[in-house]
Design a protein around this ligand. Structure first.
Ligand code: NAD
Length: 504
């Protein structure tokens, strides 16, 4: 069987719904207009299902349901322990369905199945983490003995609008849903239009776990219609957005008239800096995984590798050889390391950067479509060496399996190169020199730094970027802060000391 035949043979997951629907007030519903949009299989680019295409009217319905559930339902008033139990059940249900979830996600997004499975488990873990955190939550109290006591009331805010991208869609949705719900808010989720399939599981999962109707609502649709209506809805005081920096600034502007609370997790062009004293084999392994896992469609991808000149040639040679051996394959194949990019539009964008890179750098691996895959959104892992810092492939987020390698000489030059983009999401540093590692970490313009490590994240740590990579940090109690109001209450403990106005 050729790969082409394999592709045709890769079957659609069993028991797909007839149409991907919205989920509003406890029911799966089509759009009021009846409108739908096409959802493509990235291996064939054939439409395999239709999704309900929401517009302002559907968003109105979803927000009304969420508002009612917030104002009159039990969810915001439940004890943290009660909500926590329900959210642990959500995690149990996700875990029980992890294989099905991974199958749907992989089919819809083109992610390799093993990596989709890891993301499904991470989604369950997000629920467990925030279910635990709200039970352990303590709030500040301040006392001036004999005079005043001050304490903090932490309150859910209302209807949270959650807008998510198509890379690891279910996991990124869980990342917002878990803290928003754990803190007692109700939500309207607008998932990415390229990958709506796995999100269609949420409604049943929440209902089965015991989340009351109206607490979780989902409207599918395009960013400019469904997403825009959510952003501009006056009854949605919070917007948590993950996506491109340009979309983030548009949403920021559209939210301004309403003075909404905003959390923005945006794009990246993160540096991986490899010093001559690093363990080169570890650094090669990690920087290969860092840019080619999740098909390179990863916000924290180390897509610019800066290598100290003493080891530059050795590094590039090893890196190119290893990148050329990465197994591109069907997303459903457990041996696949890089699958198919999500959508033909994104494939065209990534391929245009591959062509730009051929003008801007020295191609040492990949450079186009892998030969066994004449159709579908497959891109061979592509490596450009000797890339100048003003090159577009050095500066612009490609969001695919394409990496730029650039040499540097001194620590100062490495730092200047690392900081030489508009983005500031992550940075990876490879060195065995302790002082250098910590000083570099201090000075690099990135929201998150990994030293001699791949992107392994403790859920308690802050997550977010600086510069064009985002505004605000989520993760751990910072997510709790975003989704709650902290009201301070002041109590007099002593004599009432009033400056008396109008004294007789
Ligand atoms: P995108 O900005 O195109 O879309 C993201 C979401 O926003 C989608 O649901 C889309 O429908 C919606 N949207 C688009 N226009 C809108 C509008 N005018 N109003 C309201 N909603 C709108 O991003 P994408 O292509 O789906 O995702 C890839 C991007 O996401 C990359 O830049 C990547 O780096 C970034 N990302 C960042 C993080 C992070 O945590 N920093 C994580 C994952 C992805």
């Amino acid at each position: 069987m050729t790969d082409q035949e394999n592709m045709a043979a890769a079957p659609a997951p069993a028991n797909l719904p007839e149409q991907i629907l919205h989920y509003i007030d406890g029911n799966y519903v089509p759009s009021l207009s009846g409108e739908t949009f096409d959802v493509l299989n990235p291996v064939t680019n054939e439409t395999y299902i239709q999704a309900a295409s929401g517009d302002k009217a559907d968003v109105e319905r979803a927000v009304a349901a969420a508002k009612k559930a917030f104002e009159t339902g039990p969810w915001p008033k439940m004890l943290p322990r009660e909500r926590s139990r329900i959210l642990h059940r959500v995690a149990d249900l996700i875990e029980a369905e992890d294989e099905r979830l991974a199958e749907l996600e992989s089919y819809d997004s083109g992610l390799p199945i093993t990596q989709a499975l890891g993301q499904a488990r991470r989604a369950a873990e997000n629920f467990r983490f925030f279910a635990d955190l709200v039970v352990a939550q303590v709030d500040d109290a301040f006392k001036v003995p004999g005079r005043q006591m001050n304490y903090v009331n932490r309150k859910p805010i209302g209807v949270a609008g959650l807008i998510t991208p198509w890379n690891t869609p279910f996991m990124l949705e869980s990342w917002k849903l878990a803290p928003a719900l754990a803190t007692g808010n109700t939500v309207v989720l607008k998932p990415a239009e390229f990958t709506p399939l796995s999100a269609s599981l949420w409604g049943n999962i929440f209902a089965e776990a015991g989340v009351p109707a109206g607490v979780f609502n989902l409207v599918n649709g395009l960013g400019e219609t469904a997403g825009d209506s959510l952003v501009k809805h006056p009854d949605v005081p919070l917007i948590s957005f993950t996506g491109e920096s340009s979309t983030g600034s548009l949403i920021f502007a559209n939210s301004a008239p309403f003075l909404k609370g905003l959390s923005m997790e945006l794009g990246g062009k993160s540096p991986a800096v490899v010093f001559a004293d690093a363990n080169v084999d570890d650094a090669v392994d990690a920087t290969i995984f860092g840019v080619f896992s999740l098909n390179g469609e990863r916000c924290t991808a180390g897509s610019r590798i800066l290598v100290q000149r003493d080891i530059y040639d050795e590094f590039v040679e090893k890196y190119a050889a290893q990148a050329s051996r990465i197994k591109v394959g069907l997303p459903s194949d457990p041996n696949t390391e890089v699958g198919a990019l999500v959508h033909p539009e994104h494939y065209d964008k990534v391929m245009s950067y591959v062509e730009i890179g051929k003008e801007e750098g020295r191609l040492v691996a990949g450079g186009g479509r892998p030969k066994d895959f004449p159709t579908g959104n497959f891109v061979a892992p592509t490596v450009f060496a000797d890339v100048a810092p003003d090159a577009r492939i050095f500066q612009e987020e490609i969001f695919g399996p394409v990496v730029a390698i650039t040499p540097f000489d001194t620590d100062e030059e490495g730092l200047a190169l690392a900081n030489n983009t508009k983005y500031g999401l992550a940075a990876y540093i490879w060195t065995n020199d302790l002082k250098r590692a910590h000083n570099f970490a201090q000075n690099v313009e990135a929201g998150m730094v990994w030293l001699n490590s791949n992107n392994v994240r403790d859920l308690r740590t802050p997550f977010g970027g600086v510069k064009a990579s985002g505004l605000g940090h989520e993760g751990g109690y910072r997510s709790i802060d975003f989704y709650t109001d902290q009201q301070s209450v002041q109590i007099n403990l002593g004599k009432v000391h009033n400056p008396t106005f109008g004294k007789q």
